[in-house]
Design a protein around this ligand. Structure first.
Ligand code: MET
Ligand SMILES: [Zn+2]
Length: 804
């Protein structure tokens, strides 16, 4: 051990020092998606409550063993971070914060049990579930707590205790009280302007009780996660609020109370770090991948009574191997400055897949560049050893990591000179189309738009991905179906989908996307510069997982020549050959492709986005050449990647908007460009959406009851718009009246030649019966609203109130 006078362990309430190596959390889904399978069987009724407990218990125990085996051997080093569905849901359950509309779910003791928590997450026949939204700037969705002035809080430690009991000496983990309230929304019945954070004083005693209970059950440390501190919150008083909250949690603790560890992942807590660090808690985590520490902040961790500094130096969100040299230098610097330093990940590892060892099909060259959750735990453990025993003790590991990094930096395969030249040669004119008005005229005169009625009906792209299609894809992958058979099967599907849409009377058809396993992975498979994984699942929400692709090199379409080969044209062109009606071509946009992949970090994201945009630009041009008059480029992740700090917004919006425009500007004015976004909270990105310069934008609007119309109006948005009129997130079929009401409300403020009728999103998760029923209603409702608008009289713009 290196001599370190400041490393003397101060007495914590439980007297156990913070472990030298830890992670904030580990993938919960299971290396073979055991959790997903158990949950889905339990919801389907084929696994009873005891069975679920047994399967989950076995997975958790195996998870603990695995983390110990990988090097998290000290007491309290393994977090008991095992949410079944969502960590925010766990906090709702633990604090008893039941929204009024679910109050019947509480047992006679006021407690929310596991079955009740699934109703909060998934809804039931009587009501919809809690709203879901993205967790910071990640693709994970949490359930949004609903808090009102009357919400009653009461401690219920059952689920936390069960998680802590998954092994000896675990560290219970829980979303912290400030983040919990900052992520909450005001209950519908709350008075105008009600702020959930105003309930902090009522919530803190509940947290104190939960923490004490965990201590009485043997926990020596409890982890409180406060990621909301790293995002701009627009409140002047937050530092004071945070400091007094943590002072209250830290004050007057009992003998059996655990020590407190506060984590600030996903960014830089900046001014909110000091309030936490000087509140009296025993350890504080900082994200040193996204954030940093000033000398002044480092000083918060030195001297008598200072908390331990838990340095998040291993990236929990991406899959590249760590630069161990640089990380160790950083850790040594902090230690030499006088801090008691532990090594950790920057965030929980649940954003990364379990284990790289499962990916046997990845080329060896690139496997060496990667680290999944298990490999990252090893990195943390190695760094802790290096910090304690000196560099020589880990010389072999340092050499190996350095060699891998150097090899990646020097690899020719990551660079394609032609792609780079093309991206470097991009100029303004490459992302400008003719003025919108001119395009509108051209589209009416020479484009497909000319033949469309007012308020045209369409869908967002995908049709139900049936079990048969998925089985055919699996059979093709396994070699049981040859290429020709598989293509034949997909063409058959496209024929059916086109025929169905004609029968339903939709105006703009789609091919239905049957060839796509996933809207990003399909593109990754058809581009150079990407790898896909076999088992790299990460949780998206609840039991839902995605398998992000790995973007490791320069991107272009695969195939001969710089422009490669068109890959969507064979499907979309085939669909167009079957019908007289226009078929809309569907592509996934550059920002969404980046957001839902693991991306390279050796160049700015904007540069990578331009490369993806150029590859898409080629596809758009080929679709146009194949006679497709409307091309939709989906950007559902545009909002998700918006940086957590406002000062970073302009730069992000600049490159993200540019990349969309690079992808979509190389077309004739008569070709109509659409985009699709899956959220209705335009707010901060409204001007960016306008700047995308798409002719038509479809958005989620049914669930939010057309909430977006007002801000849209105020901002003077005068492009085509398709506010979703069918919430596709549930199997419920809206009636003609419901759809007409929504569409009618939109027609009040949007001119009929700019308004489109479409669902909220794609239909791939829906089944055919409800799809047919709902689209029938949608077509009928559009006809009704069209007639109403026409009856209001020609020459009267929808913007003006109609005068008798
Ligand atoms: C998550 S947005 C989905 C858009 C895509 N075109 C689809 O219909 O599935
Ligand atoms: Zn969508």
């Amino acid at each position: 051990m290196t001599e370190n006078p400041t490393a003397a362990t101060p007495a914590t309430p439980a007297g156990v020092p913070f472990p030298a190596a830890t992670v904030l959390g580990y993938p919960r889904i299971g290396p073979r998606r055991e959790l997903k399978k158990a949950l889905e069987r339990s919801w389907a009724g084929t696994l009873d409550a005891e069975g679920l407990t047994a399967e989950v218990g076995a997975l958790r125990a195996a998870t603990v063993d695995r983390q110990r085996e990988l090097g998290l051997t000290e007491p309290a080093a393994v977090p008991a971070s095992f949410a079944l569905y969502d960590q925010v849901l766990d906090a709702i359950v633990a604090t008893g914060a039941l929204p009024a509309r679910f109050s019947d779910l509480a047992g006679s003791d006021g407690v929310i049990d596991r079955a009740a928590s699934f109703v909060l997450a998934r809804g039931d026949v009587a009501r919809g579930p809690l709203e879901m939204t993205k967790w910071f700037d990640t693709n994970y969705h949490y359930l949004v707590p609903e808090i009102g002035p009357e919400t009653r809080f009461s401690p219920n430690a059952a689920e936390l205790l069960a998680q802590a009991a998954a092994g000896e000496g675990l560290r219970p983990a829980l979303v912290g009280p400030v983040t919990f309230l900052l992520l909450s929304k005001a209950e519908d019945s709350a008075p105008e302007g009600f702020d959930p954070l105003s309930r902090l004083d009522d919530l803190l005693p509940v947290y104190r009780e939960l923490i004490s209970e965990l201590g009485r059950a043997g926990a020596t440390w409890v982890q409180l996660e406060e990621p909301a501190l790293v995002a701009d919150q627009d409140r002047g008083d937050l530092a004071g609020v945070v400091e007094s909250a943590y002072r209250r949690l830290a004050a007057d603790r009992a003998e059996s109370d655990p020590a407190l560890f506060v984590a600030t992942p996903y960014g830089d807590a900046e001014d909110l770090l000091a309030p936490v660090a000087r509140s009296g808690v025993e350890a504080v985590h900082v994200d040193l991948v996204r954030g940093g520490l000033t000398a002044e902040q480092t000083a918060l961790f030195t001297g008598e009574g200072a908390p331990a500094l838990v340095a998040g130096v291993v990236n929990g969100r991406n899959i590249w191997r760590a630069d161990l040299d640089a990380a160790l230098t950083r850790l040594e610097g902090l230690r030499d400055a006088g801090a008691r330093v532990s090594v950790a990940t920057s965030t929980s590892l649940f954003h990364t897949p379990h284990d790289l060892e499962q990916e046997t099909a990845l080329p060896e060259e690139r496997r060496r560049w990667l680290a999944f959750a298990d490999q990252k735990i090893r990195e943390v453990a190695v760094l802790a050893r290096g910090l304690a025993e000196g560099r020589e003790a880990i010389a072999a590991e340092l050499d190996d990591a350095r060699a891998a990094l150097e090899q990646r930096a020097a690899a020719r395969s990551t660079r394609d000179a032609a792609v780079r030249e093309r991206a470097a040669a991009l100029t303004e004119s490459d992302w400008h189309r003719e003025p919108a008005e001119e395009r509108r005229a051209a589209q009416a005169a020479d484009g497909v738009a000319g033949g469309l009625p007012a308020i045209p009906t369409t869908t967002i792209g995908s049709f139900p991905q049936t079990a048969e299609i998925r089985a055919a894809r699996a059979a093709h992958k396994a070699g049981r179906l040859d290429d020709e058979q598989y293509v034949g099967r997909l063409r058959e599907e496209i024929r059916d989908v086109v025929a169905l849409q004609e029968e339903l009377g939709l105006d703009v058809l789609v091919h239905g996307e049957p060839e796509r396993n996933d809207m990003v992975q399909y593109f990754a498979e058809n581009f150079d510069g990407f790898d896909v994984t076999d088992h790299g699942w990460v949780q998206s929400y609840g039991s839902r997982c995605t398998r992000p692709s790995i973007l490791w090199g320069d991107v272009s379409r695969s195939g001969e020549g710089l422009r490669g080969e068109a890959f969507t044209v064979p499907w979309i062109g085939y669909a167009q050959s079957l019908t007289e009606r226009p078929v809309k071509g569907m592509l996934t946009g550059p920002v969404t492709i980046l957001a839902w992949s693991f991306v390279r970090e050796d160049q700015p994201l904007g540069e990578t986005a331009d490369q993806v945009a150029l590859a898409l630009r080629d596809e758009v041009a080929d679709l146009e050449a194949a006679g497709i008059g409307i091309v939709q480029v989906d950007e559902p992740a545009l909002r998700e990647l918006l940086p957590l700090r406002r000062r970073d917004h302009a730069d992000y919006l600049d490159w993200s908007v540019r990349s969309f425009r690079v992808a979509t500007s190389d077309v004739r004015p008569s070709t109509q460009i659409h985009t699709h976004l899956c959220y209705s909270e335009f707010g901060e990105v409204l001007s960016a959406i306008d700047a995308l310069d798409a002719d038509v934008t479809s958005v989620e609007a049914a669930r939010s009851r057309m909430e977006l119309l007002d801000p849209l109006q105020e901002a003077g948005f005068d492009r085509g718009i398709g506010p979703g009129v069918w919430d596709i997130h549930s199997p419920r079929v809206p009636t003609v009246d419901e759809v007409s009401t929504l569409l009618g409300a939109a027609a009040e403020v949007i001119a009929p030649d700019r308004l489109w009728a479409n669902p909220d999103c794609g239909l791939k998760t829906r089944a055919y019966p409800e799809t047919k029923a709902a689209l029938t209603h949608l077509v009928e409702a559009a006809g009704r609203v069209r007639a109403e608008v026409a009856a209001r009289g020609a020459g009267v713009s929808a913007q003006e109130p109609s005068r008798g």
